[in-house]
Ligand binder design. Structure first.
Ligand SMILES: [Zn+2]
Length: 390
């Protein structure tokens, strides 16, 4: 099987290279936003949007136009990739995997991508990389890559530039070492509850950082805009954002690595973005604004990582429909919303079985996963939702 892997390094650019990278990222953002505005307008007036190839033709015009001559200074492939990104954002939206594409803002995930391996030269021995229109640049080589280079993405985070190199290599189809199966329920009070009784702490458990961030944001809002103190405060906010992001990132990676190594079959609910906020239930704070965004993002990232890590380990991820997983009694099969009078506790009105509600969800998800698997192996086996197989 083909194994894709990404390696991320901090770049050590010169002054001119820094300025160029900022400009390239700015041009890519410009192209993305301009194309998004066009698509919205066309969709509203004609009920359809431009094809990717039509957008590429428009991009050629923009590059030649007198209004935006500076677009020519950026690598054309990188600009085209912005259009690809927009296509993907629309596809994700139509498949209900994501919200409607949003306009990109300056300073938020500034990045651009070189899609072709032939354009990139990697000199690992000397810790340097060649990128079109930027030339050779040194990077902090923390580990050598494995496989063939496919593409490279340059991004700015908290004032530092990074390159993420994606590689591809052929590896043997692994056999799973673990043999067990597990169900996972995601939630607010606990980020994830496993059917074996273990659980992961909530993603917003980085309280200490968040308090610091809130303070830094307040201090920023009191400064005179664009003054040198404002700039200093702004940098601090960015650094804190990055630190919280990194902590979450590490946390999710550790969790998904452990789960995918210990279980051959992992069952989860097939949640979509719009359902997720619903599954947040009565937790109003978590439903609103940033918290909700972080949760949704965390769950999607969790699933994405589980999927590819299970692929690597020869395991299997099974997504089951979320119907009734929180209302079905694992002991007697009785389905009722009365079984769950509170968010946290499950008590069957039929047989009196009691347990943590998330734990019940995880058990039901595991059963639904087993049932689905049985169905795929032998299509004659019917499933009754009232009495899921054990
Ligand atoms: Zn019961």
């Amino acid at each position: 099987m083909q194994r894709l892997q990404a390696y991320k390094y901090e770049l050590m650019p010169g002054g001119q290279q820094k300025r160029d990278m900022s400009r390239f990222a700015g041009s890519c953002r410009f192209v993305y936003n301009k194309a998004l505005a066009l698509q919205k307008e066309r969709y509203e007036s004609q009920g359809k949007k431009h094809s990717y190839s039509a957008l590429c033709k428009l991009l050629t015009q923009w590059r030649a136009s007198f209004e935006t001559p500076w677009l020519c200074d950026s690598p054309s492939q990188a600009l085209q990739q912005s259009l690809k990104d927009l296509e993907r954002a629309y596809a994700n939206f139509f498949a209900k995997r994501a919200e409607f594409p949003r306009f990109k803002r300056k300073g938020v995930r500034d990045s651009f991508r070189y899609p072709q391996s032939q354009q990139i030269k990697l000199d690992e021995a000397n810790g340097r990389i060649f990128l079109p229109k930027l030339g050779w640049m040194r990077y902090r080589n923390s580990r050598n890559i494995q496989g063939q280079v496919r593409n490279a993405t340059v991004s700015l985070r908290a004032g530092k530039w990074f390159v993420s190199i994606q590689t591809e290599r052929e590896v043997d189809q692994p056999l799973p070492e673990a043999t067990s199966a597990i169900g996972i329920d995601v939630g607010i009070a606990r980020f994830a509850t496993l059917s074996d009784g273990s659980y992961l702490a909530p993603l917003n458990s980085f309280k200490r950082h968040e308090t610091a961030l809130r303070k830094a944001q307040q201090s920023l809002s009191r400064k005179e805009k664009f003054s040198s103190n404002w700039r200093k405060a702004k940098r601090k906010v960015q650094r804190l954002h990055a630190r919280i992001g990194n902590a979450r990132h590490d946390y999710l990676h550790k969790a998904t690595t452990t789960i995918s190594q210990n279980h051959a079959m992992v069952c989860i609910e097939d949640l979509q973005v719009r359902n997720m906020s619903k599954s947040a239930g009565r937790n109003v704070r978590a439903k609103s604004g940033l918290n909700k965004a972080i949760l949704d993002q965390g769950w999607f990232e969790f699933r994405r990582q589980l999927q590819y890590k299970l692929d690597w380990n020869g395991g299997m991820l099974i997504a089951v429909p979320p119907q009734n997983t929180s209302r079905t009694c694992p002991a007697c099969g009785h389905v009722s919303k009365d079984n769950r009078r509170t968010q946290a506790h499950f008590a069957c009105v039929e047989c009196g079985y009691e347990n943590n509600a998330d734990m019940v969800g995880a058990i039901n998800i595991l059963r639904a996963g087993h049932a689905r698997l049985a169905c795929e192996v032998n299509p004659d086996v019917g499933i009754s939702s009232r009495n899921p197989p054990r």
